[in-house]
Design a protein around this ligand. Structure first.
Ligand SMILES: [Zn+2]
Length: 451
């Protein structure tokens, strides 16, 4: 395929465009360089021959860079690339070996904030389109780019954007903003992400901390909160809140086969964290199944009383716990909150206050969807082998895409799993950028030719 040859002979251009993008800081957390970077991305799209525009929701919201190119040979199929141009803050600067916004190349690596997450991923997709435009004067299917600027601060407006521009964004498939490549150079094809419900539970008993001799009279809010939290989950990880699992559907036969085939080294994993056993004493296969399909109830932090050095005989006035629940498909965060509320009430804990910080539903594309086979075939051809993953154990804003656009979403990309994203000395690997660009070409080809 001449597009693939083009990628081989134009890697210098790709690297130089990536360096240009890295040199434009775009830290959403500090609103630094966001406007400038959106204009730079638009410029690169335009130069590539992709029609583009800046979309806005208002002055306070980072703009979306939208790009579109229609296919002459197959205008009935549309593939979307979802990416983001914002990056995490680069701090602490002193831990970087080169300036975080310099895009320094050392051998096979390009260093810089955003090198992998997500400017490297973005550039592979733009260059894949360019390879087709330069060699075939056409793309195998319509291509749409949705490139947002608030991903690293939680994508707070992505759903609003998707709703407002539903027609413009309509498509038949979405390639997610990132994808990992493992230590054996196998890309991981992700078909979903878990949802998240983050809450804070608190108990306030007295107006101030007291001398602990008064423990015979004054109720201790830490005990109270421990008793309440204890009712949420059994020690094997099962959540005890009534109807918590009501809508959850079991993993399909196909999902189970994928999970079975997924590599997972139980011993290496345990060694990495210095642990002897898993929750509920799970063995390898059950551990993999749980990562994909089990909801969780995790204590993220528990604060009460004195936790400093030495002893202090104090009776705290209040206690607070932060809990994150990972959700799986069909669990509605709002409905789960009311179930949590009812549970605490029914167990006699009406005094426990609930504050909800964040709710996001899970998303998953069926492993039997034809899009999955098209992406897998592309990855296998370019990388030699790839790994399917039914759902990432983490959370991302995939649900609004699936819900609003009604399109399957798949994550695949160039990010080496140890490329230090969000940390000092983040890098992208040139060999993986090249392979991934070719893989994106193959995905467009497969997507355009197979229905
Ligand atoms: Zn990130």
């Amino acid at each position: 395929m001449s597009a693939l040859k083009y990628v081989n002979s134009h890697m210098d251009d790709l690297i130089s465009d990536l360096q240009t993008l890295i040199r434009q800081p775009s830290v959403s957390a500090k609103n630094e360089g966001i406007e400038e970077c959106s204009m730079l991305v638009q410029k690169i799209l335009k130069r590539t021959g992709i029609k583009s525009e800046i979309l806005r929701l208002g002055k306070e919201v980072a703009p979306i860079v939208y790009g579109e190119i229609r296919s002459k040979q197959n205008p009935s199929r549309t593939l979307m690339f979802y990416n983001h141009y914002d990056v995490q803050p680069a701090e602490p600067f002193e831990l970087w070996d080169s300036h975080p916004f310099s895009g320094t190349r050392k051998g096979n690596k390009i260093f810089g904030r955003g090198a992998s997450d997500d400017k490297g991923e973005l550039i592979t997709r733009i260059k894949a389109v360019e390879a087709y435009l330069k060699t075939a004067k056409d793309v195998p299917c319509n291509i749409k780019f949705v490139i947002e600027g608030e991903e690293e601060i939680g994508s707070a407006h992505i759903e609003e954007y998707l709703k407002k521009y539903k027609q413009k964004f309509s498509c038949d498939g979405v390639i997610w903003e990132f994808g990992y490549v493992d230590a054996k150079n196998r890309p991981i094809i992700g078909l979903g992400m878990k949802g998240l419900l983050f809450v804070e539970l608190s108990v306030k008993e007295s107006v101030r901390d007291a001398h602990s001799s008064l423990a015979v009279l004054i109720k201790n809010p830490a005990w109270r909160l421990i008793e309440a939290v204890k009712t949420l989950r059994s020690s094997d990880g099962r959540i005890l809140i009534k109807d918590w699992y009501k809508e959850v559907t079991p993993l399909s036969k196909n999902d189970l086969k994928i999970i079975h085939d997924e590599p997972f080294d139980e011993q290496v994993f345990k060694k990495e964290f210095g642990i002897k056993s898993f929750v509920g004493d799970k063995k390898a296969l059950d551990a993999k199944k749980a990562l994909v399909g089990d909801p969780t109830c995790n204590i993220a932090g528990f604060v009460s009383g004195y936790t400093g050095e030495g002893a202090k005989t104090v009776l705290p006035g209040e206690a607070l716990v932060k809990i994150d629940f990972r959700l799986v498909p069909k669990m509605d965060p709002k409905r789960q909150v009311s179930r949590l509320r009812n549970h605490l009430k029914s167990k006699g804990f009406s005094d426990v206050k609930i504050k909800v910080f964040h709710g996001e539903a899970a998303a998953r594309t069926a492993s039997s969807h034809p899009f999955v086979a098209q992406v897998k075939d592309a990855a296998d051809r370019v990388f030699g082998r790839s790994i399917l993953n039914v759902s990432n154990a983490g959370t991302g804003p995939m649900h609004p895409f699936v819900k609003v656009l009604g399109a399957p979403c798949i994550s695949i990309g160039s990010t080496y799993m140890f490329s230090r994203i969000h940390s000092p000395n983040e890098f992208a690997r040139v060999d993986l950028l090249k392979k991934t660009t070719k893989c994106m070409c193959m995905i467009m080809h497969n997507f355009g030719t197979n229905q």
